[in-house]
Design a protein around this ligand. Structure first.
Ligand code: HEC
Ligand code: HEC
Length: 391
């Protein structure tokens, strides 16, 4: 359990109480190998007509029970888990299709009518359900293609849940106010009552990260730290009724490690400008963003000065933020854990710190913190941005 950065937060407490306890806790939950299939174009028609999706006789169990023997086989199995292991039923998605708001809410389909992130599956109690998978938040659809690992920045998960709660009369006003404040690309996936929606991150080169999550909740000292995080997420999402077979959690971790950005970084900037930016970056940014993926050791939130709610939250807090990895950062906006900053230029622009700033992703006003580089002359800032675009 040395992978828990702060043993006192709710997340750590939950794990310490239930993980690896042998005859109690999560170890005694039955291992679940679900039958499920990804939704396709035919299902969209049913959903739009308000009919439930059917699993169909062809849907096989996710795993045939054979333990993979090669890395390729682990990665392949992990891909199945990523796209097909249902985290939980999601009736809100059904409603979104029935009311034709699915596209607006970011429930997109690719050019072949595939809907990554949604599955029809047989739930633990035997009933057929529509469920969500990792792919709902961690794939994007670009020019009709599925890009695995890119955050679904169009997904308005809060609005989707809100629409459902309204339609079914289950609206809880406190929760509704929270969900409507998230906006696309953010979700509050913590269990406390704090307001700390966080951007969905890209999943590039996870292997090189020292910590997992933006508040550095997990010390990523071995692949097991990632596998256990995923196992915990999967069994927690199921309402702690079942757990995934350990093989599936390990396979998922191996698949996540295989993810790389699909395209090389843009090289349209002038190389001379980018080279100057590189030197400035070494001077002003490297002390925190010096790892091979642009991340580094977690830093006290007070030193960064961005909204500390997530870092200090009871749920996953550690008092710190992780320097954001900078792999393919040009395409990772809006920036910071809060997803407030629309462009790299704005991140370095001192005007962002002023109360009359109008370009925040979440309404007018200053975006405080991470002032690094904002005191540089305009040309130097342009050079740093040019360098960032090559990463
Ligand atoms: C509802 C949207 C949603 C779903 C579904 C989801 N995630 Fe995430 N994921 C997030 C958000 C938001 C974060 C950011 C958490 C943070 O930094 O505190 C995140 C963080 C992560 C991280 C940490 C990345 C980092 O930079 O440290 C990993 C790994 C990850 N998710 C993998 C998965 C896997 C695997 C699944 C399926 C089992 C999954 N997620 C399902 C929204 C989602
Ligand atoms: C003292 C440590 C520190 C220094 C110095 C620093 N950063 Fe950061 N950086 C961070 C942390 C921590 C975050 C995440 C903060 C958050 O999300 O609240 C971050 C976030 C970012 C992001 C957001 C990326 C994303 O995907 O959201 C960019 C871009 C960035 N830094 C670039 C820079 C540049 C350029 C410099 C130098 C001019 C710099 N940083 C200097 C610690 C630092």
């Amino acid at each position: 359990m040395h992978s828990l950065a702060n043993p006192d937060n709710l997340y750590s407490a939950m794990r310490l109480a239930a993980y690896g306890r042998g005859r109690t806790g999560w170890d005694v939950l039955p291992a679940w190998n679900p039958s499920s299939r990804e939704l396709g174009v035919d299902d969209l028609a049913s959903l739009e007509a308000g009919r439930p999706v059917r699993l169909g006789p062809a849907a096989a169990r996710l795993w045939d029970g054979t333990r993979p023997e090669t890395m390729d086989a682990w990665v392949k199995l992990g891909r199945e888990v990523f796209f097909r292991y249902p985290l939980r039923p999601e009736p809100a998605a059904q409603l979104a299709f029935a009311t034709r708001t699915a596209d607006e809410l970011g429930l997109e389909h690719d050019r072949n009518g595939r809907v990554p992130g949604l599955v029809a599956y047989r739930d633990v109690d035997g009933g057929e359900q529509l469920g969500i998978t990792c792919a709902l938040c961690h794939t994007a659809i670009e020019r009709g293609e599925v890009v695995v690992g890119r955050a679904r920045r169009t997904l308005d998960y809060g609005a989707m849940r809100l629409a459902y709660d309204r339609a079914t009369g289950e609206l809880n006003h406190k929760l509704a106010a929270r969900m409507s404040s998230w906006g696309p690309g953010r979700a509050d996936i913590t269990e406390d009552d704090d307001q700390d929606p966080v951007s969905i991150p890209d999943l590039w080169r996870l292997r090189e990260l020292r910590n997992l999550t933006q508040a550095a909740t997990i010390v990523h000292d071995s692949p097991l730290a990632l596998a256990i995080r995923q196992e915990t997420q999967m069994l927690h999402a199921s309402g702690e009724r079942v757990r995934p077979p350990r093989e599936l959690a390990w396979a998922l971790a191996m698949y996540l490690y295989s993810l790389e950005p699909p395209e090389p970084a843009e090289q349209r900037e002038s190389p001379a400008l980018a080279m100057r930016g590189r030197a400035l970056f070494a001077l002003y940014c490297d002390s925190c963003h010096g790892d091979s993926n642009g991340s580094g050791r977690a830093v006290l939130a007070a030193r960064i000065g961005t909204d500390p709610a997530l870092a200090n939250g009871r749920a996953r807090g550690t008092g710190k933020y992780r320097p954001a990895p900078l792999v393919a950062v040009a395409k990772a906006g809006p920036y910071l854990h809060s997803g407030d900053v629309v462009s790299l230029e704005d991140l370095l622009d001192p005007l962002r710190l002023q109360p009359d700033f109008s370009r925040s992703a979440h309404g007018p006003g200053a975006i405080v913190g991470h002032e690094f580089g904002t005191d540089l002359p305009l040309q130097d800032r342009a050079a740093v941005v040019a360098w960032l675009r090559t990463l």
